[in-house]
Design a binder for this molecule. Structure first.
Ligand code: IMP
Ligand code: MG
Length: 176
């Protein structure tokens, strides 16, 4: 199958991701007891993770999405963040949970957090499927993190290389 040529081994299988999403969803349910939460998924990488997490949040939940780009078709960060699709609704007074696919350099997250902070939410936390601590350039961490990963280029479960491989139901890496 030519479209599978560059897919490495399965690093994190679907069942482990689902189990972790359930744990985190239940943790969020406990942490925000009696409150509402507003999930903001960062397109497109966070779609699968967002869908999995929200199933397990037993609270008053609303969702929104935004899209930004910091990477071109290369695997290295350009350091520049651009908003390509803004929020549909106001976040003023809301408990925002920003849902990301991966925190690498932290440039994107740092920018998005400040961007959202300026819109007067009640609180902001970050829920990321993956964390690549070795790539960090800014001092920033996720509040709810699925899995730490090493310094490899990850694909699958929403994460792409040049817009491909997002549909893989597991976490893998790019095998060039
Ligand atoms: P950061 O700004 O360097 O933290 O990068 C954040 C964004 O870069 C993520 O939301 C991803 O879209 C992308 N990214 C970073 N590392 C990877 C990777 O290993 N695979 C795929 N996308 C990545
Ligand atoms: Mg990406």
């Amino acid at each position: 199958m030519p479209h599978k040529k560059h897919i490495g081994e399965v690093m994190i299988p679907e069942e482990r991701i689902e189990k972790r999403a359930k744990e985190i969803g239940e943790q969020i349910t406990r942490d925000y007891e009696g409150e509402s939460v507003h999930l903001i998924g960062v397109l497109k990488g966070a779609v699968m993770w967002m869908a999995e997490i929200m199933k397990h949040i037993d609270l008053d939940v609303t969702i929104d999405f935004l899209a930004c780009s910091s990477y071109g078709s290369d695997t290295k960060t350009s350091g520049v963040v651009k908003i390509n699709k803004d929020l549909d609704s106001s976040i003023a007074g809301k408990n925002v949970i920003l849902v990301e696919d991966i925190i690498d350099s932290g440039v994107t997250l740092n920018y998005l957090k400040k961007y959202l902070m300026n819109r007067d939410p009640k609180s902001i936390k970050v829920c990321s499927l993956l964390d690549k601590p070795e790539g960090r350039k800014m001092e920033i961490e996720g509040d709810y993190v699925g899995f730490p990963v090493g310094d490899v280029f990850i694909i699958g479960y929403g994460l792409d290389f040049d817009q491909r491989y997002r549909q893989l139901p597991y976490i893998s890496y790019l095998d060039r």
